[in-house]
Design a protein around this ligand. Structure first.
Ligand SMILES: Cc1cc2nc3c(=O)[nH]c(=O)nc-3n(C[C@H](O)[C@H](O)[C@H](O)COP(=O)(O)OP(=O)(O)OC[C@H]3O[C@@H](n4cnc5c(N)ncnc54)[C@H](O)[C@@H]3O)c2cc1C
Length: 441
């Protein structure tokens, strides 16, 4: 195919890289436009593609959860990025976590080794509409110039919510006389490092956290947070035990030093294969840096913690997709322009890979002269696409995959199905449905 048939992709993030590799696999040439290093969002720290801006985890791989189901469907579709995540994974119990640098470098090598893919480094302020197809995958932190083009071209306003990043500490600054390795319910091989609180330590931590200084507290007054990723200090405002029942829940953990379950526990996950740094799971925060140092050092075992990265907060932009997009993720008013990744209204790393993959399949179908039909909403990918394209526009907010997005099981009122069996049935129904959809592609 000639350069004229190149698909343009704006953004070498998770959605953009996945889309590029899927298109190239189908023999379609791709040009990726990536703004870094010319323009860089406040959350991105490297010039590598597919950078994971916060956690290094793609969440659970343990079926029958909704998160694991989405990954199983992507595995069935031979998702390039999921394959690289598996290849670069590090031990994390029932989650798929990666060494973030090795992951992004491997994606980089895959892009540069592929003769059908070229990458140019420039900030795109308006998409190259002369290309036969274009995917905007510029992410939740898309450059303001591009967002301005989107809102003025489609006479719409962009929407936003706030998302925060958790801090990372160096492994050699942790007190291992207090912290201990264990996974909840002893699943996995004790991949998490646990900092146990007794009630007195928890009370002190809770009180100091509640009164700690926050970045730009005034300008954030009416901010909307993504419920599944609340800053730890916002969760604390919900009550004394909100953290002990939330990110600090001690269930399934026994402290080997005392033989007892702690009152609360802060879990730390390995950041890389060398295990020389850990991130504080669930500790996304908007506290000022000095306050993060002061308050998080009250966590037992972290008294002398050295912070390699502090937590921070960012505004996430997304478009009013149900009003703007059709079921193949193209714009109703510009059918050769597609939107994918978090800017289209999914939330999360794996979800962004999923919509990037689907947008690429949509274009590959169009090139073959067909229009793709999305997979059934019984599947995780289909449920996400339905949410993005068919939701009530006024109430539309981005979502990660969860069981509430799936249609109910048909049981014809015959017998009561238990929760565990229900999850199993939902997953097997989805997998069968996706396999059928794949054969029709
Ligand atoms: C602060 C924060 C923390 C998050 N934490 C998590 C988490 O822990 N776990 C999780 O699952 N999800 C998290 N997310 C949500 C989401 O999964 C990630 O943002 C994910 O990277 C989205 O993938 P994407 O491909 O849509 O965008 P990105 O991965 O952000 O990729 C977009 C790319 O487009 C480029 N770009 C932007 N504008 C332009 C332009 N005009 N021209 C050319 N290139 C451009 C950017 O430089 C970037 O490389 C977080 C999001 C934010 C903002």
């Amino acid at each position: 195919m000639s350069q004229n048939s190149e698909v343009a992709i704006i953004g070498a993030g998770l959605a953009g890289c996945e889309a590029a590799l899927v298109l190239a696999r189908a023999g379609i040439p791709v040009k990726i436009y990536e703004a870094r290093p010319i323009w860089r969002s406040p959350a991105h720290k490297t010039d590598l593609p597919a950078e994971l801006v916060c956690s290094n985890s793609f969440k659970s791989i343990k079926l029958p959860s909704a998160h694991a189901l989405l990954k199983e469907e992507l595995r069935l579709l031979q998702s390039p990025l999921l394959g690289i995540a598996q290849q670069t994974s590090i031990p994390a119990g029932s989650a798929l976590a990666v060494d973030r640098e090795v992951f992004s470098s491997t994606v980089n090598n895959r892009l540069s080794d592929d003769k059908l893919i070229s990458v140019v480094h420039e900030e795109v302020c308006s998409p190259p509409l002369k290309k036969p197809f274009c995917i905007i995958a510029a992410g939740p932190l898309a450059s303001p110039n591009l967002v301005q083009w989107l809102t003025s071209s489609f006479l719409t306003s962009s929407l936003h919510f706030y998302d925060a990043i958790a801090p990372i500490v160096s492994a050699d600054s942790i007190d291992y006389n207090i912290a201990f390795f264990a996974s909840r319910w002893e699943e996995g091989s004790g991949d998490y490092l646990n900092c146990p609180f007794d009630e007195q330590e928890y009370k002190l931590f809770y009180e100091e956290l509640k009164k700690a200084d926050q970045v730009n507290a005034r300008s954030f007054e009416n901010q909307k947070f993504f419920e599944a990723c609340l800053p730890v200090e916002v969760a604390a405002q919900r009550g004394y035990k909100a953290l002990a029942f939330g990110p600090l829940r001690p269930v399934g953990i026994i402290n080997p030093h005392t033989g007892k379950r702690p009152f609360a526990v802060c879990q730390l996950r390995k950041e890389n294969i060398n295990s020389d740094s850990f991130n504080l799971v669930g500790f996304q925060t908007r506290l000022t840096f000095p306050e993060q140092k002061r308050v998080f050092r009250l966590i037992p075992g972290l008294k002398n913690a050295q912070f390699l990265r502090f937590g921070s907060i960012h505004r996430n932009t997304y478009m009013q997709s149900p009003q703007l997009l059709t079921s193949d993720l193209s714009f109703k008013d510009l059918p050769n322009l597609f939107l994918a990744g978090q800017i289209c209204g999914n939330e999360g790393y794996t979800e962004s890979i999923a919509t990037g993959h689907y947008a690429a399949l949509s274009i590959a179908s169009r090139i073959k002269g067909k229009k793709i039909s999305p997979p059934s909403p019984e599947t995780a990918i289909g449920a996400l696409i339905k949410h993005i394209t068919v939701s009530d526009n006024d109430k539309f907010t981005p979502t990660n995959i969860h069981s509430g997005l799936f249609p109910p099981l048909e049981n014809n009122g015959k017998r009561k199905i238990g929760k565990a069996e229900k999850k199993e049935l939902i997953c097997s129904r989805a997998i069968e449905s996706l396999k059928r959809w794949k054969t029709d592609l």
